[in-house]
Design a protein around this ligand. Sequence first.
Ligand SMILES: NC(=O)c1ccc[n+]([C@@H]2O[C@H](COP(=O)([O-])OP(=O)(O)OC[C@H]3O[C@@H](n4cnc5c(N)ncnc54)[C@H](O)[C@@H]3O)[C@@H](O)[C@H]2O)c1
Length: 265
Amino acid sequence: MEIRFDHQTVIVTGAAAGVGKGISQGFLEAGAKVLLVDYNEKLLGDTHRELAGKFAGNVAMFTADLRQAAVAGSRIVAFANEKFGPVNVLVNNAGIYPSKLALEISETDWDMLFDLNVKGYFFMAQAAAQNMIDNDIKGSIVNISSTASITARPGVVHYCSSKAAVKMMTQVLALEWAQFGIRVNAVGPGLIETEALLDSLDTDTAKQEHREKIAMCPLNRVGLPSEIAESVVFLASSHAAFVTGQNLLADGGYTAGRVFKSILK
Ligand SMILES: NC(=O)c1ccc[n+]([C@@H]2O[C@H](COP(=O)([O-])OP(=O)(O)OC[C@H]3O[C@@H](n4cnc5c(N)ncnc54)[C@H](O)[C@@H]3O)[C@@H](O)[C@H]2O)c1
């Protein structure tokens, strides 16, 4: 069962690096035309150049701060529409995850995170869905959530709250837009090996913390952006035609339960 997206238009946000870059590559390998969206102009240019080298003609870029998606969303969708044709798939991926204890979080910290992780996702979804409806496209939206959408973690109350909101947003939009044939799902990654993660492992404490996190994952490893891409491509494809409103946790078993190593033989 090969999944193909030939002649289909896909928008990926936060596409310049990490998970978003992996997802973009996954869709390009499946034959899609992909619009990479990011606010980091330099990184986006580099990623665009790299991917255009392999997938010339099928990749374009758009620079935008997705905290302003209520305004930028319709411009991004119009650009994708003009460049490649009506939007078939939107992947809402651009998100931030700064750590701060609850007693130290300011209103600015909270708003910065929610403006991107929740408001940005919603207004991008609204703009993409409108384009799908106007063009009678039975499209698909995949929101990148996190294991934090269902499991609490100290030090990131704003992040966990935002991802729980993404999970519920996914369910409500799936119900509202099912009448148009638009499916809305989420993929919740566990710990994924991105450039940012590797860069952060620059002290002994960070390395120790990293080992502890891996030990909490039953598969005993970090995941790869390409492994998240595979879940996203599947959910966006016709192979998942009867799947909507779901939050697929691609996390090596992290949220399945606790492993008591003493019990395992
Ligand atoms: N990496 C992980 O282990 C992990 C685990 C669970 C969930 N996630 C989720 O995956 C998504 C991507 O995470 P990542 O680890 O790849 O992050 P990353 O920092 O490596 O990449 C995020 C990208 O988003 C862009 N971005 C940030 N703010 C933006 C804004 N305001 N407007 C437009 N673009 C913006 C950045 O420039 C960057 O290219 C996030 O939603 C994150 O919550 C990641």
